[in-house]
Structure formats: C-alpha cells, structure tokens
Design a protein around this ligand. Structure first.
Ligand SMILES: *Cc1c(COP(=O)(O)O)cnc(C)c1O
Length: 387
C-alpha cells in the first residue's frame, strides 16, 4: 500500500475494536507474578512501566518503523533526546564523528558539549563527495552524521554515496531527517542505519507537541538504544505520542501542500527586487538542486531567504508568525543567527551557511496566495518606510 494510506491507517483494528489508537494514560502495568514483572522489565516488547514503553508509544513506533522502512523505532520526549540517545548508544569517550557542516544549531551545540565533556571530536565535511569521509577517517571514528535537508539553508548531502563509504569503513550512519519526513526520503533505503526525527515538527504537525523518534535498521542497535533512553529518562509521554499519531495521519496532506506552496513562494521571492538570495533546494540555482532531485520526492517546505533588513521584514509580517518552531499548520518565520543557531560562533555560522540577514520561512498549509500577499507587503518599500 502507498505511504499515504499507511500513514492514515496506523492500525488495522478487528471488528469491535476502536478505529483510532487509544491513549494508554498509565505509568504502571499489572502482572500475574513477580517473575513476570521481572521478565517484562528487561524486554522492550513488553510493557512494565511507561518510562520504558507504552502501548500508545508502541503504535507510533511501529508506524514510524514501517514508514521509514526500518526494523524498530523508539519514541522519545523530543528530537534532541532522540539525538542524545543515539549518540550515547554509539559513542564512547574519545570517539570521533564525521558530520556535515550544515546542521541544526542544537546538534552543533550537542557536539560541542560532547567534545568538551567527553572528548568526542567532530570533523565537519561538505557532504557532497564520499572521499571526504575517507579523508576525515580516524581509528576512533564511529559515526557519520547527516541531515537529509539541512536546517536552514536546504543543503542536501549525497547520502547514498557517503553512507556507502561509511559502511565500507565500519562506521554507522545516522541521518536527521526532520525536514524530509518519511514522505520525501527514507534514509534507510539509501544505506543509513538510524533515522532521527524531531516529531515536534512535521510528524506532530500542529505546533502542539514536543517529541522525537529514532528509527533503526537493525534490531540489536534498537535494543541498546532502548536501554540508553531509559537511563536518560527520555521515553516519550503517551499523550505526546498520541498527539503525534493524530498528526501523522495527515502528514501526507500537510507535507504535500506545504512543499507545493514553498516551491511557489521560493520562485516568487527569488524574482523580487528586495530579496538578495533564496536558498531552497527546489530552485535550479541551489547548489544541492541536482542531488535533491535525485534523492527526494519533494524539496521540503523550508526556505531560507536573505533580505536587506531581516528584522524589519519579519516585523512587517502580519499573517506569518514570528515563532521558533516549524513544521506545523501555521507558517512561521525565524532569524536563525539569533535563535536556532545563536550558540554558534561567527566561524560556525559561516560553516553552517547562516548569514545575519537570513530569514527562515517554514511554510505551513495556509492558502499560498495569502502567504505571498503577506510576504509581498512585508517586503514592499512603502511598508518598510512606514515601519
Ligand atoms: C527541531 C529540530 C531538532 C530538535 O528537536 P526538538 O524536538 O526541538 O528537541 C533536531 N533536528 C532538527 C533538524 C530540528 O529541526
């Protein structure tokens, strides 16, 4: 069946059973005997305590493993905790990571923390040539870390080539695929071992829940990650999982709409005299356009644009909201240099491709003509001089 159908129908209930996934709002589960409880507590397939797992979470985990073509998935309290769980599962003191340069700011901050406290070093590469992996390789290298579509400039790495090179050298490949969602790309199909999502974004999709998912190609690695998630205390709350399930059912509708609107807005902005640059992988002028066309079945809904006065443009917007997060029904804008990427040094900002006059537009599901009207009025000189 198509991905759209599988997302819309997470479960196949028997007659007499509920059509939707019930919310198991319980922290505890009862057992027949103390032996059964003991056994359940070390079995990820059982439910002993909701800090370990929960039937509502499990429905989401199965749906995400299915949509991502993985073996198992783990739902966590946030995208960041999915990331820290994966890093703690794979890395030890003194290990080395090869990561692409254009990354979510929080990921860079986490890597810096690991370097500072655990001596884990990172070599940043462009992510366009597999030779970059072999050149950066050290005896201590354990992990290749990529983003399918990088936040915010839309850089798309050559995932299949880099993951193949990583595998050849005994590394695991983890991909943050938050911006792509399982609709636009399934990194595991291209050689990744782990896929990470901030479910706060498109999977939840309504600006009402914080959550994360890690999908594993290999069951053994999932079992290790499950133990680390318990140690970190980041297994998702069932109500959060329930909201993400509710969002997931309409993921295809929302993502397709947002991608179409983003393509239209990117094109119009690129032609506007007050816009000096538009970074959207769907535009033929984008450095990643050819790779994106090969790897993705859509170019995503994030546009990074450079305007003369970012603060003024953002202040002028009326329909589009200044807000930190993205991927929900409402379109949001943010100034990466002073928000998502605020922990980065000037050098790190340059490496991530983030400039001071850059605005990130995360396109939602409103009518694209209304979004364009708002962008156009916010860019207009008349509006600007009045402001
Ligand atoms: C938001 C985001 C994260 C972090 O997820 P949280 O749910 O906010 O913890 C990680 N990666 C990317 C690409 C993101 O956009």
């Amino acid at each position: 069946m198509h991905r759209e159908t599988r997302a819309a129908r997470l479960t196949a209930p028997a007659p007499g059973q509920p059509v939707t996934v019930p919310l198991y709002q319980t922290s505890n589960f009862r057992f027949e005997s103390p032996q059964e409880l003991t056994r359940a507590m070390s079995d990820p397939d059982s439910f002993a305590y909701s800090g370990y797992g929960n039937p509502t979470n499990r429905a989401l985990e199965q749906a995400m493993a299915d949509l991502e073509q993985g073996e198992k998935a783990l739902v966590t309290a946030s995208g960041s905790s999915a990331l820290s769980t994966v890093l703690q599962t794979i890395l030890r003191h003194g290990d080395h990571i090869i990561a692409q340069k254009a990354l979510y700011g929080g990921t860079v901050a986490m890597f810096n923390h690991l370097a500072d406290r655990w001596g884990i070093e990172v070599t940043y590469v462009d992510g366009v040539d597999p030779a970059e992996v072999s050149t950066a390789l050290r005896p201590s290298t354990k992990l290749l870390f990529l983003e399918t579509i990088a936040n915010p400039i839309g850089h798309v790495p050559d995932l299949p080539a880099l993951a193949a090179e990583a595998k050849q050298n005994g590394l695991l490949t983890a991909v943050d695929s938050t911006f792509a969602t399982p609709l636009l790309c399934r990194p595991i199909e291209h050689g990744a071992d782990i896929v990470i999502h901030s479910a706060t974004k498109y999977l939840g999709g309504h600006h009402d829940v914080v959550g994360g998912v890690a999908v594993f190609a290999d069951e053994a690695l999932y079992r290790q990650a499950w133990k680390h998630a318990i140690n970190l205390g980041v297994v998702a709350d069932p109500f959060a999982a329930w909201l993400i399930i509710r969002g997931l059912k309409t993921l295809p509708l929302r993502v397709n709409r947002a991608c179409e609107s983003a393509a239209m807005l990117a094109e119009r902005m690129a032609a506007h005299p007050a816009v000096s640059a538009v970074h959207y992988p769907g535009l033929p002028t984008h450095a990643s356009h050819a790779r994106a066309t090969k790897l993705l079945s859509g170019y995503g809904a994030i546009i990074a644009t450079e305007v003369t006065d970012a603060q003024q443009f953002m202040g002028n917007l009326e329909l589009i909201m200044n807000a930190s997060s993205l991927g929900g029904t409402e379109t949001t804008v943010m100034h990466p240099a002073t928000t998502s990427h605020r922990h980065l040094t000037a050098d790190e900002l340059r490496t991530a491709g983030v400039s001071q006059n850059m605005v990130r537009i995360a396109v939602g599901v409103e009518h694209p003509d209304d979004l364009w009207a708002d962008i156009e009025q916010a860019l207009s000189p008349a509006r600007t001089s009045r402001a």
